[in-house]
Design a binder for this molecule. Sequence first.
Ligand SMILES: Nc1ncnc2c1ncn2[C@@H]1O[C@H](COP(=O)(O)OP(=O)(O)OP(=O)(O)O)[C@@H](O)[C@H]1O
Ligand SMILES: [Mg+2]
Length: 133
Amino acid sequence: MNLRSSVDIITEWDIVAARQLGRNEAKEVGFGTVDQARITTAISELARNIYLYAGKGNIEIKQIAEGNLKGLLVIASDKGPGIPDVRKVMEDGYTTSGGLGAGLPGVKRLMDEFKIDTVVGEGTTISATKWLR
Ligand SMILES: Nc1ncnc2c1ncn2[C@@H]1O[C@H](COP(=O)(O)OP(=O)(O)OP(=O)(O)O)[C@@H](O)[C@H]1O
Ligand SMILES: [Mg+2]
């Protein structure tokens, strides 16, 4: 099983669309309402960061399976400015925009696996997985 679907993030409305897609996919995998909320919150934060810092990008949502474990993989990618100091952005309260700086640390807490690949001047790809328990 390797179903995927994606939403281009160009306008603020696309953030809502990505969130809705995430909820549908999470339901389909079998996540309960609490995990559905965790996943949709994570997607919102990633999509909002794309919109704010990269201008545009993409949220891809994949139903995944490893052995008899099922899960959902969220891949947020953009060709924006990249993140110069990944360690810093993972500290609670670090922001370059006057936000709360809670977004990325929050996404890491809400999901089971979390990875940032970023190159300054080229873009950012953030992958986050939630496993169904
Ligand atoms: N896709 C991205 N491209 C470039 N920089 C990013 C991207 N996502 C996050 N950042 C940088 O990482 C910082 C921290 O992001 P994070 O989401 O944790 O906090 P925030 O967006 O500043 O505030 P909050 O999400 O709480 O409103 C941002 O201020 C921004 O500088
Ligand atoms: Mg943010």
